[in-house]
Design a protein around this ligand. Structure first.
Ligand code: SF4
Length: 305
């Protein structure tokens, strides 16, 4: 039985079957956590040894405005908020140069999803900078970073079309977008992704596939604890693996945990437990190709994994 019904032929190729999910559901059910983790560690060690890789990067939030409104977001600012902004080229360059001085090798452009398509203020702010779209502005900021520093731009711009991916590929070393979840339920009213056009799973899956078609080295990941079921987590991991099997472009998968904050809509939503996190990271290592690095952001939880 097909769980996800994709509406285009090429995306339908990646649909995950119920029996694929039940295989991993049963594996987790019958394996104590330490056995599951040992299995994952052994797969990791066979490929990577004991090496943990990282790259120092400077974070540049090109805009904190966004047309989506995820219930857990702490980054976004409504255009009417006094802190809502688009960074100027001078601010971008200053951040890049400061990062360079601190020994960074990469610059991570992070930004909300196409705020100019929903709000007048970001549209006008972009026009004042001489642009019609955030993607075009981002392109030129990447180009500036390459021309004026030794940093490698990494672009984290959310959902992108194949045309946008190809354009940005010319001025970046790699790109990324969290798949987050395959759950369409979470787009319903009262759920984490209500009123988020870019969090409809099919849109994110399209971007993952388009990045593969465009041969863009890509980072993706899942966000756990936002209302998804365990089966939906398995489905998301299997989907990433299936897309990577076709295109070989996924270099890293992030397993990120939802964190409660007082000023978000999900302030009272329970956080995933440490066991939950360990189980999901181990499962990711077991499901995904060994060449895909797994990152579990250490800053996302007190203590260590
Ligand atoms: S897409 Fe969601 S999480 Fe990302 S910036 Fe927009 S509101 Fe925040």
């Amino acid at each position: 039985m097909t769980r996800l019904l994709f509406n285009t032929e090429s995306i339908r190729d990646f649909a995950i079957q119920e029996n694929e999910i039940s295989f991993y559901r049963n594996l987790v059910k019958r394996s104590p956590l330490d056995i599951l983790m040992a299995k994952a560690s052994s797969k990791r060690d066979d490929y990577w040894g004991k090496v943990i890789t990282y790259s120092k990067k400077v974070f540049v939030p090109l805009t904190n405005m966004c047309r989506d409104s995820c219930s857990y977001c702490t980054f976004v600012k409504h255009p009417d908020h006094p802190e809502a902004k688009i960074m100027s080229p001078e601010e971008v360059l200053l951040s890049a140069q400061m990062g360079e001085k601190k020994g960074c090798k990469e610059l991570l452009f992070s930004l909300g999803e196409k705020p100019e398509k929903k709000y007048v203020k970001p549209k006008k702010a972009l026009e004042a900078l001489g642009y019609n779209s955030m993607t075009d502005y981002l392109h030129d900021m990447c180009k500036m970073v390459i021309e004026k520093t030794f940093l490698l731009p990494h672009v984290n711009a959310g959902t992108l079309s194949e045309y946008e991916l190809k354009k940005l590929k010319n001025v970046s070393a790699s790109m990324g977008m969290m798949l987050e979840t395959t759950s369409k339920r979470l787009n319903k009213i009262g759920e984490a992704h209500y009123a988020c056009p870019d969090k409809v799973p099919i849109q994110r899956i399209r971007t993952l596939v388009a990045a593969g078609c465009s041969k863009v080295p890509f980072t993706t990941g899942i966000l756990i604890g936002i209302g998804e079921t365990f089966d939906e987590r398995i489905e998301a991991l299997l989907l990433i693996e299936k897309i990577n099997n076709r295109y070989g472009h996924i270099q890293e998968v992030i397993i990120q945990n939802f964190q409660r904050k007082p000023d978000i809509a999900m302030a009272k939503h329970p956080e995933p437990t440490l066991n939950d996190m360990l189980e999901t990271i181990a499962l990711a290592r077991i499901i995904l190709s060994p060449s895909i690095s797994i990152q579990a952001p250490p800053q996302s939880r007190e203590g260590t994994y």
